[in-house]
Design a protein around this ligand. Sequence first.
Ligand code: BGC
Length: 578
Amino acid sequence: MRPTPTRARALTAAAVVGVVAATGAVAVATSASAAAGCRVDYSANQWSNGFTGNVTVTNLGDPISGGWNLTWSWAGNQQITQGWSATIAQSGANVTATNPGWASSLGTNGTANFGFNANYSGTNAAPASFSLNGTVCNGSTGSPSSSPSTSTSPSTSTSPTTKVDNPYAGARGYVNPEWKAKAESVTGGSRVSNNPTAVWIDRIAAINGTSGSSSNGSMGVRDHLDAALAQGAGYIQFVIYNLPGRDCAALASNGELGVNELPKYKTDYIDPIAAIQADAKYKALRIINIVEIDSLPNLVTNVGSQAGATATCDTMKANGGYVQGIGYALSKLGALGNTYNYVDAAHHGWIGWDSNFGPTADIMLEAARASGNVKNVHGFITNTANYSALRELFVQPSTSVNGQSVRQSKWVDWNQYTDELTFAQAFRTKLVSIGFDSGIGMLIDTSRNGWGGAARPTAASTSTNVDTFVNESRIDRRIHAGNWCNQSGAGLGERPTAAPASGIDAYVWVKPPGESDGSSTLIDNDEGKGFDQMCDPAYAGNARNGNSMSGALPNAPISGAWFPAQFAQLMANAYPAL
Ligand code: BGC
């Protein structure tokens, strides 16, 4: 049988909207508002101290002739330096954009589009409201609060009871200020620090925020939601990560709850998070919950008589703690009109073999059914906190070398997939075929799967030996695809992007780049985290990684803690390059 590579871990999130400009600028914003009589779609493509704004105003009222102006006030210190397709004047925080001479009328349902460049410091929140010729734009012509509007963007106009198909589309992602500060503490970090990353709620104390901890920020769930509102974000990403007997096949991210603490998981962890997310104050935010990394697939690959089996995985399979815990989380967190559950689905180097693929889909369905309704699952995420390449351009399962399929190589080892994009798309098809909603979408964590830099192959190898060919041609430069801890040579991957490919809701940065996967030696801590030898660069491996070297970076702190040397490497090897 297959070796059963284990885990995946780490990852990211981020978001996107619109266009990501070159050189590290991040697409930010898009939100709309409008008044009886008008609607505004606003987006900002920002970098560390400046941004380009794009504004589209739609006249929903009587036809306008003889000129129009659109006014708004900044909540922060934004200063417009240049505009186009409108004459833009700013006085203090107040901005007036006046029609260009050649376009002084705006018919009913007519639109005008203009743009500008601006400077800012601190937070670049989107304007809270706009007025067209003095009328506040609220997006509808009739009673503003009754009819759901699907034509405007998320933050102010989506009906709170209607989930959108892709919560990442047309919405700006929340930038976690605590991660941003860490990223900017490393030289060059401001090139990427405005990307959205996920907020990990990795223990009960993280709900209210922790203090003095080595690995978590002081902001709690409410603090992040409030900050997202202040940023004018369209969506925010949380990782729900605290199952009883957490991370049963590895030690680095073992958690605080024992194998029998399912009741505590429900009452002390899921219930309070659901209560906060349900606050009406946050109903205009799309709240994305990434549900329980590295859990259900372990019940398929690391149990029973398999080489990678562990006692804790056997226990969690037998006592139902993972399936019931996830079912509970899905039902509680999926009940709201503005929350979106994405369940973790490992990565191709873990469940890409036939023996793992179908059974993993089946256990996903079991957990979804335990929630009472499979529609509580909006989609799935692959490669969370892992390093699998998005695309293997030169090594596809159909590639053959000298009459031999690359599937015969030691690296591929008969896996049906060689990269995350094809795997995620195929797994989506499988999940729909067994009973998940046909509208489910996939996320791929691209926070650390870039594999750029000098070692990145630019062409297929010319070797006729299948192993040499694969090793010289593959984008993923790991020693073994089962390696998962602080991988040497890895780079940042695709920046967060909405709807990048068929069936994919977004490329996201769920593992915040620069946060460790686990300590390289035992470090005492109060978070339940153990020491996993897969994080020791001197470790020669086990059954789950083909008895290969771990490929881990040295001197790493405990999982979740800031690891500046890793962040510097990730930037240096980013692909696309920064
Ligand atoms: C750790 C968490 C951390 C997360 C994000 C996980 O491996 O166990 O504590 O929040 O990574 O860095």
